[in-house]
Design a protein around this ligand. Structure first.
Ligand code: OGA
Ligand code: MN
Length: 197
């Protein structure tokens, strides 16, 4: 990953869309991991935390599975993110402490309404990453990520979830939504966090 380029653009605009920052072999292995083959793995995503945690179908339709550091494929992806974490800390003094990430599968008709990734009362998510794993994605498949400016009123980017594309953005600054997908849509969403509450 071109950490110099990523840190410069994060500093300038707060977000960056990368066409294919990871090698194909890894992407293919990650796609294989992002399959609902084992019914015990993926579960409905929830919105909120603790007492406020609930499943809101109308808000968010994906099923998720957290990456597993003991899996050989996940381990390679997590090592790439660790390199990015250290590089960004060096360049931008962000004090990023760790990285959490999950596979996500949106079925036909699923989306994720406009939201912020910074949970109420929990401000430790600093940077969001989303890596898309969809081969042969067509414009008519929908499922775009729409990124808004901090006011939430102006669209600043629309990203197609095509194979290998990755977006990185400041978690607190950019409300975003996933438009309804008309095909199965696979991704890895992740968050670099600072330590503390
Ligand atoms: C999320 C999210 C965006 C995407 O999981 O919080 O906003 O494009 N995902 O999948
Ligand atoms: Mn989000």
């Amino acid at each position: 990953m071109d950490i110099a380029k990523i840190s410069k653009q994060l500093e300038d605009t707060g977000y960056i869309v990368l066409a294919k920052p990871l090698v194909d072999k890894l992407l293919v292995d990650l796609l294989r991991r992002c399959q609902e083959d084992d019914p015990t793995r993926f579960h409905a995503a929830q919105v909120g935390r603790g007492a406020a945690k609930k499943k809101i179908n109308s808000m968010r339709g994906d099923v998720i599975d957290w990456l597993d550091a003991s899996n050989s494929t996940d381990k390679i992806y997590l090592a790439c993110m660790e390199e990015l974490r250290l590089g960004l800390n060096e360049a931008l003094y962000l004090g990023l402490f760790d990285y959490e990430s999950h596979y996500a599968i949106y079925g036909k008709g699923d989306g994720y309404a406009k939201h912020s990734d910074v949970l109420q009362g929990k401000k430790n998510r600093i940077l969001t990453t989303v890596l898309y794993l969809n081969e042969d994605w067509q414009a008519c498949d929908g499922g775009e990520l729409v990124v808004f400016d901090p006011t939430g009123n102006i669209v600043i980017a629309t990203v197609e979830p095509t194979f290998g594309t990755m977006i990185i953005f400041l978690s607190e600054s950019f409300p975003h939504e996933v438009l309804v997908s008309h095909a199965t849509r696979r991704s890895i969403a992740g968050w670099f966090r600072v330590s503390g509450s």
